[in-house]
Ligand binder design. Structure first.
Ligand SMILES: [Zn+2]
Length: 504
């Protein structure tokens, strides 16, 4: 497989670099004007706790900020709170609050910036609802381990934690680890991003535009020993898939496995750790439908409660066609998104079949079967209020060898048209390697949104989105082509409701 970067991304990457350049140039000018560079001290064997505007200004330089009720407020796009010291290894905690649309970042190891390219790393701050502003949310280790799940709300105080120990970076929001990264000996970096490496430097909280405000009430930083050894863990340069995941993050791609399952003994802590290590986020769902673990509103709410504070998207997998009769719209709408497939339906003779269970599948005539499958799919896409169509174009084993012939141009285009018309995203499924690259190319040209999914069966088949990465590169999928969950109050089920009866 030959992977390559699409020229298309170049503009976006240049945008990101320009953003950094603007930010770091500002820092350089500031240091020159104030002479801060000349009298820098390094943080050693100490903890500096600053509470309120007065104490913060003793240890941190405030630039273009304002104050109120003992808080430091960042409003302007050039507002910054910069450490008067440099630090290498440290544990930092900040108590922050954002107002709607505010975006900013917490840069570290920025050193004496040259202004030519980004230096050090930055943690993104943005608590806007999905589809507003950046797809990166608070705690995202920008362009390295992008994080897209909202863990804090606007207008509510939260604690942002950042720990740097040796080559290990950890970011927490209210104590939950959301991003984590082990910098390898030879990090993979796109051109222009070579400076995104660990060193020693300042810490700077900055605003990225003029929208909203970021409020700071407390900052505490504890120096850690300088000689913490590197951890010989390398998730970045060990093979093509690892490298591609790293590059996708740097291209600003929302690398999200929207189709993860806990199942058996796999815990949410284990699956999120796995995702952080390899460089993608998870959406977690339980199977909801007849003969599945969740069959009523009480169980649906209970599952939501179980995962609601976790750093994962909360999803509902709608099973069979009966699901529309089992749950109420208000509880379905709790979830970030819902998805279903066309693997279970009743055929024209009234036989309920699950396409992955060989004993249940009856194919008398391949063409007739395909026409029925497309017809059932259209009914699902047009009547069930789902966000993502998963396991798409799956065929029963007995006819799967003929996949390319059976999925004719016309059948592909019929399904693609229905996806567009009903605003349903298409899953690129890594488990079954479906739909075909040809299908994905046609869908991209038509403007379909994509969601990546592994659909793991348990703890032993956690993949790394291998087929999804191939498809992204071969079909030229860009970050803008990716599905992002609907904001609260705009869920499909809230305005479509549920069909009166099963769709097929
Ligand atoms: Zn599934």
């Amino acid at each position: 497989m030959i992977y390559y970067l699409w020229l298309y991304h170049t503009n976006q990457i240049i945008d990101k670099i320009m953003h950094y350049k603007k930010y770091f140039k500002g820092l350089t000018l500031f240091f020159l004007l104030t002479g801060v560079v000349a009298c820098t001290t390094a943080l050693k064997d100490e903890t500096i706790t600053s509470s309120g505007h007065g104490q913060i200004s003793e240890n941190w330089t405030l630039k273009n900020t304002s104050e109120s009720d003992d808080l430091v407020i960042l409003e302007r796009s050039d507002a910054e709170v910069i450490s008067k010291f440099t630090a290498r290894n440290f544990d930092l905690k900040m108590r922050l609050k954002t107002t709607p649309r505010a975006e900013g970042s917490l840069a570290f190891h920025t050193a004496s910036a040259t202004g030519s390219s980004p230096e050090g790393y930055s943690v993104f701050i943005n608590n806007s609802d999905y589809r507003s502003g950046s797809t990166e949310k608070t705690g995202s280790l920008s362009l390295i381990r992008n994080f897209h799940i909202r863990m804090a709300e606007d207008d509510e105080w939260f604690e942002l934690g950042l720990s740097v120990r040796g080559n290990h970076i950890t970011v927490t929001v209210d104590g939950k680890i959301v991003s984590e990264y082990y910098e390898p000996e030879n990090p993979v970096r796109l051109e222009g991003f070579e400076g995104m490496v660990l060193s020693e430097g300042r810490i700077a909280l900055g605003k990225s535009d003029d929208n909203g405000s970021i409020l700071v009430s407390d900052i505490s930083i504890e120096a850690m020993p300088e000689d913490i050894p590197r951890v010989a863990v390398d998730f970045e340069t060990t093979g093509e898939v690892a490298e591609q995941l790293t590059l996708l993050n740097q291209e600003g791609f929302p690398v999200i496995d929207y189709h993860g399952h806990l199942k058996d003994v796999l815990t949410v802590d284990e699956i999120t750790k796995y995702g952080r290590d390899h460089g993608f986020n998870y959406g977690i769902s339980e199977n909801c439908g007849l003969n599945f673990p969740v069959t009523d509103d009480a169980a649906l709410v209970a599952y939501y409660e179980k995962i609601k504070d976790e750093p994962v998207f909360k999803a509902m997998q709608c099973e069979g066609r009966e699901w529309v009769t089992l749950f109420s719209p208000e509880y379905i709408a709790l979830y970030d998104y819902i998805f279903t497939d066309a693997l279970t339906f009743t055929d024209h003779r009234g036989r309920r079949m699950r396409l992955w269970v060989q004993d249940e599948v009856v194919v008398e005539d391949e063409e007739q079967f395909m026409d029925m499958l497309v017809e059932r799919t259209l009914a699902i896409l047009s009547q069930e209020p789902v966000d993502i169509f998963v396991n798409p174009t799956f065929l029963p084993e007995e006819i799967n060898h003929n996949y390319d012939n059976l999925w004719t141009d016309q059948r592909m285009d019929t399904v693609i048209e229905a996806l567009i018309k009903n605003d349903v995203a298409l899953e690129i499924n890594a488990r079954y390697r479906i739909p075909s690259i040809e299908f994905i190319k046609r869908a991209r040209e038509a403007g379909v949104k994509f969601a990546l999914g592994t659909n793991n069966a348990g703890e032993h088949d956690l993949g790394r989105l291998e087929y999804c990465i191939e498809a992204i590169r071969e079909a030229g999928i860009t970050p803008e082509d990716m599905f992002i969950p609907r904001p609260d109050g705009e869920k499909k089920v809230s305005f479509m409701g549920l069909p009166e009866e099963v769709t097929g």
